[in-house]
Design a protein around this ligand. Structure first.
Ligand SMILES: CC(C)(COP(=O)(O)OP(=O)(O)OC[C@H]1O[C@@H](n2cnc3c(N)ncnc32)[C@H](O)[C@@H]1OP(=O)(O)O)[C@@H](O)C(=O)NCCC(=O)NCCS
Length: 312
């Protein structure tokens, strides 16, 4: 296929066929109207896409989001080329055209986050390399598992609660307890940054599997989860006060949460931890990795669009 025959044009709103070239999680963005990347995440964005076609037939799509608030960068959400047209430079041209478009719109950086583990990750990384993005940086460790797989891990159900500890469904936290958590943290910070309960439950949470831990009557830990697709739950935020975390007090919370998910018929669980949370990464590597369906990384790349637009 000659590159000259390929046309790159803007994606039209609700264009037929676009849905088959991106992830189901992004189908709600295809009308190209103001939206959120994941409904309810509170980050206003708008999708923008470019289609590669030949003789009028679409053969590839790059879908990106542009932020509708200050301080964030546009991000590539998905990149797809039909199997019969791969390895001919189509995706590279889509990315190059997207860079040009965003540069014209005044954006300074373009980012992308992708997951390892797929056979095409080498091609994706090669494309970013050719387009002179900065080298990839690991951002999170992602674990995919079923509640049944979790039950085979060496820690499941093995760490009993002690007399001064009580588990409770997060739906039962009282307004007074919420206030107490925030006020005590404001007086003397005790919650790891990014794991504050109010950050994660304010956009809703899974009432089945989100759990709290009371120690001597005070709320000291939580596992706050979200349903991200039918029968699919993400373990979004896990935290136990540092003095208790050292004694593995998070494990009874996980077990209780997973037992409730098994009983509810949940089929898929996703656990994501930033690589900066060393103990969590260690927990995944030593006590989960060998028992679950998938462990991979998300990696992020960024390119400064004001630098020379030429590819290597
Ligand atoms: C990833 C994808 C978009 C690439 O599309 P493409 O049009 O084939 O990409 P390009 O031809 O522009 O570039 C691919 C590059 O990767 C290289 N490549 C392909 N497979 C590779 C592999 N296994 N190892 C190393 N390099 C590889 C190609 O040789 C090419 O580099 P080159 O130009 O230096 O030879 C396409 O494979 C696809 O749609 N996959 C399914 C969807 C997907 O996984 N998308 C990414 C996550 S959103």
């Amino acid at each position: 296929m000659s590159e000259k025959e390929i046309e790159i044009r803007p994606l039209e709103a609700s264009e037929p066929g676009a849905a088959s070239m991106t992830f189901p999680a992004y189908h709600h963005l295809l009308p190209l109207a103001p939206s959120e990347r994941h409904p309810g995440d509170g980050k206003p964005i708008k999708a923008l896409g470019l289609v590669a076609s030949k003789g009028g037939d679409p053969l590839g799509l790059v879908l990106a989001e542009i932020p509708l608030v200050e301080g964030r960068n546009p991000e590539i959400l998905s990149l797809f080329v039909k199997a019969e047209s791969r390895n001919q430079g189509v995706a590279t041209r889509l990315v190059e055209s997207l860079e040009g478009l965003l540069r014209e719109m005044g954006f300074v950086h373009l980012e992308s986050v992708y997951m390892t583990g797929k056979p095409t990750v080498r091609a994706v990384e090669r494309i970013f390399e050719k387009r002179r993005f900065d080298p990839p940086i690991a951002r999170t460790i992602t674990v995919k598992f079923t509640p049944e797989e979790a039950a085979t891990t060496p820690w499941y159900g093995r760490v009993p609660l002690r007399g001064d500890e009580k588990l409770f469904p997060w739906t039962e936290i009282t307004p007074e307890e919420r206030t107490q958590i925030q006020q005590s943290h404001a007086r003397s910070p005790w919650i790891a940054e990014g794991l504050e309960s109010w950050r994660h439950d304010s956009i809703g949470f899974d009432p089945v599997s989100s759990m709290g831990l009371r120690y001597r009557g005070a709320v000291v830990g939580w596992v706050i989860n979200h349903v991200i697709a039918p029968q699919t739950v993400r373990f979004t935020c896990s935290f136990v006060r540092a003095d208790l975390a050292r004694r593995a007090r998070i494990l009874p919370l996980y077990t209780a949460s997973l037992e409730r998910l098994r009983a509810s018929g949940c089929r898929h669980c996703l656990f994501v931890t930033p690589v900066s949370y060393g103990p969590m990464v260690e927990f995944v590597r030593t006590r989960c990795q060998d028992w679950v369906s998938f462990v991979g990384e998300t990696r992020g790349v960024v390119k400064k669009l004001t630098s020379s637009p030429a590819a290597s």
